[in-house]
Design a protein around this ligand. Structure first.
Ligand code: ADP
Length: 408
């Protein structure tokens, strides 16, 4: 079965094609047959397409800045040119889309129907940078591949199990009725990493109290009990919670009122500053990339030192919150760019929880090997690095829906 995955960001488009044969899924993510990455941030919105197939890369300019045409050009490379891997696009059995916001309607991956598209469109005000790009991707596939099965895999779906006490904000009911509540994000990654962690430990997921830490440019934590998300740090939007690369995370909401009332800020300016000019970037004045901050800190830059200290302080505070929601902790999982690669972040965060009997193995932690246990055998909490594979997780959801089932 050939499954195409489309993962549209606000300024990028990642895609890959998996070929899954056999009656069961492979235990580890296989190499995709073909991978494509479109970066839309070139001059005048000009896109650049990077392809990978048979271990070789190729970069091409995109003929148009129009997203649908860009996707069409990207799909053409599946059947023509030096990175082609298919004789005909009709060989594609199913297309899976990462969709950031599914609201309250979807707790699972869902075949895309006109009603699902209408829901994604209705949620654009809650995910203005992402949901329009997902719809464009879905419609581009409809135009090119006709009635191929398309599946939406929602970032919010995993968090639909949050109990009301964790999901709702202490605001008047009339605001809650507007849909203002915690949705949570990165759900595909949190769910995938939780399953991988249980598999690595050879223990049933249902028996583990787990916190998954997805720490990339965007960052969120999830508290998982009985395999279900019971609390998470991102909220109504992906701005809440942890301090991130360029996002502030949680701040006192009255700060915004002060800036609007007393400092003549406009809502759009606040949106831009809180999402793109804050976090590590805002405090350090240098970069949203943690590697740059750590380098500057090592060179004695005081703002970089402050930014990193705040990053760790807030990480520990949010972790404490998840810990309290769970009332205990068996497994702590680090994933995504920072979580998988920064031994220093893992070490400093874990130091705050040594009082629980959590003991990292400093050598294993320093090695940063994906899909390993990095705590000491006597540690009361098992600490793991899991490589997140969101595209593979989307492909597996598609496979579960589309693969032929044995007659009962
Ligand atoms: P996104 O949220 O955009 O998907 P990623 O999960 O790829 O991001 O994470 C990207 C971030 O990971 C980079 O901005 C960088 O700060 C961080 N990162 C990657 N490698 C390292 C490393 N070796 N040390 C510290 N941070 C790292």
């Amino acid at each position: 079965m050939k499954i195409l995955v489309l993962n549209a960001g606000s300024s990028s488009q990642k895609s890959c094609l998996y070929d899954l044969n056999g009656p069961v899924l492979p235990p580890h993510p296989p190499e995709p047959l073909w991978e494509a990455f479109i970066d839309w941030t070139g001059p005048r919105g000009q896109g650049q397409l990077t392809l990978k197939a048979r271990g070789q890369k190729q970069t091409l300019p995109l003929a148009s800045s129009d997203r649908r045409q860009g996707i069409a050009q990207m799909l053409q490379t599946l059947t023509t040119g030096e990175k082609s891997v298919l004789a005909n696009l009709a060989e594609i059995d199913c297309v899976g889309h990462r969709v950031v916001h599914g609201g309250l309607d979807y707790a699972e991956a869902t075949p895309i129907t006109p009603a699902v598209k209408a829901t994604i469109a209705a949620l654009i005000p809650l995910a203005p940078a992402h949901n329009p790009a997902h719809l464009e991707g879905i419609e581009a596939i409809e135009a090119i591949l006709g009635d191929v099965v398309q599946i939406a895999v929602f970032d919010t779906a995993f968090h639909r199990t949050l109990p009301a006490a964790a999901a709702l904000y202490p605001i008047p009911q009339a605001w809650t009725d507007l849909g203002i509540r915690r949705y949570g994000f990165h759900g595909t990654s949190h769910r995938y990493c939780a399953h991988q962690a249980a598999q690595l430990l050879a223990q049933p997921l249902d028996s583990l109290k787990m916190i998954t830490c997805h720490i990339g440019n965007g960052a969120s934590l999830a508290a998982i009990q009985n395999g279900q998300s019971i609390d998470t740090t991102m909220g109504f939007t992906p701005l809440e919670g942890l301090m991130m690369g360029a996002r502030s995370g949680s701040i006192d909401p009255a700060i915004l009122l002060y800036l609007l009332r007393e400092q003549s800020y406009q809502p759009e300016q606040l949106n831009e500053i809180l999402n793109k000019q804050s976090g590590l970037k805002g405090v350090s004045g240098l970069s949203a990339d943690l590697r740059t901050i750590l380098q500057a800190q090592a060179e004695g830059n005081p703002q970089a030192e402050l930014a990193f200290a705040m990053y760790i302080h807030r990480f520990r505070a949010c972790l404490g919150q998840m810990l309290a929601s769970l009332g205990g902790l068996d497994v702590l999982v680090f994933t995504a760019g920072v979580g998988e690669n920064s031994a220093l972040v893992r070490e400093q965060v874990c130091q705050g929880f040594e009082f629980l009997g959590l003991q990292l193995d400093p050598i294993k932690n320093a090695q940063s090997v994906a899909n390993t246990i990095i705590s000491q055998p006597e540690s009361t909490v098992q600490v793991l690095i899991i490589r997140t594979e969101e595209d593979w997780a989307i492909a597996t959801e598609c496979w579960q829906i589309c693969s032929p089932k044995d007659p009962q």
